[in-house]
Design a protein around this ligand. Structure first.
Ligand SMILES: [Zn+2]
Length: 220
């Protein structure tokens, strides 16, 4: 049996899992729950997957344009239909607030192109929300993207420099912005792991949304 997330044609999908993967060291065979936004179909799919038995389970068929509200509505019940003692993976997600909301609903893993694709298009994720480095307000700004970030792009380069190299279509712009975005995502995941270990995920979630609501630092 083979399966994939069903989002794109199988020929292009990098998320195929083969039965042979199940006994290769470092690889795991995941069963992928389908059923769209229909609760009964999700249940039927989960039951069939549990009967087969997998090393991990994925929630497929979401983040395909249904919007965050409908995705969260589905995640309010879909992960609970899958075994809690196995990794539960949400395919193709997502923006930082999608990730935090998904983890709050029981998701352990996810994958997405966003940190690198956004880096290439000048979109930067920070604790205080999204920064668009191509905006003119950054042209003379000597401050880093995020004062609290320890990534090389923030430690060694100003917003003004990053704005200039992005506008000049220099490849270093994609590299530095992607570097920062990946660092931000890594830190976000680490903070969520710490919050779960400290039994304070609700506190983390509140602080996450509060800081984002502040918006970017004021222009100079
Ligand atoms: Zn950074």
């Amino acid at each position: 049996m083979r399966n994939c997330c069903g989002k794109i044609g199988a020929r292009w999908c990098s998320l195929w899992f083969s039965p042979a993967g199940g006994d290769r060291p470092g690889h795991a065979l995941f069963g992928i729950q389908q059923g769209g936004l229909e609760r009964d179909l999700r249940g039927e799919s989960a039951e069939a997957l549990r009967e087969i038995g997998f090393e991990g389970y994925a929630v497929g068929g979401l983040a395909v344009g249904e919007g965050q509200e409908k995705m969260f509505d589905c995640l309010d019940y879909a992960p609970d239909m899958l075994p809690k003692d196995k990794p539960r993976y949400l395919m193709g997600v997502g923006k930082p607030d999608d990730i935090v909301g998904a983890v709050a609903r029981g998701i352990d893993m996810m994958d997405c192109v966003l940190p690198s694709r956004s880096g290439r298009t000048g979109q930067v994720f920070t604790r205080r929300g999204v920064v668009n480095i191509k905006n003119a307000r950054h042209a003379e700004d000597p401050r880093p993207l995020d004062e609290a970030c320890s990534c090389p792009a923030c430690r060694s380069y100003s917003r003004a420099y990053l704005h200039h190299v992005f506008r000049s279509q220099e490849i270093i712009s994609s590299m530095l912005l992607t570097w920062h975005n990946l660092h931000y995502y890594q830190e976000l995941m680490a903070e969520m792991r710490d919050a779960i270990a400290a039994d304070d995920f609700a506190g983390f979630e509140a602080r996450f949304h509060e800081t984002r609501a502040m918006g970017d630092i004021d222009p100079i």
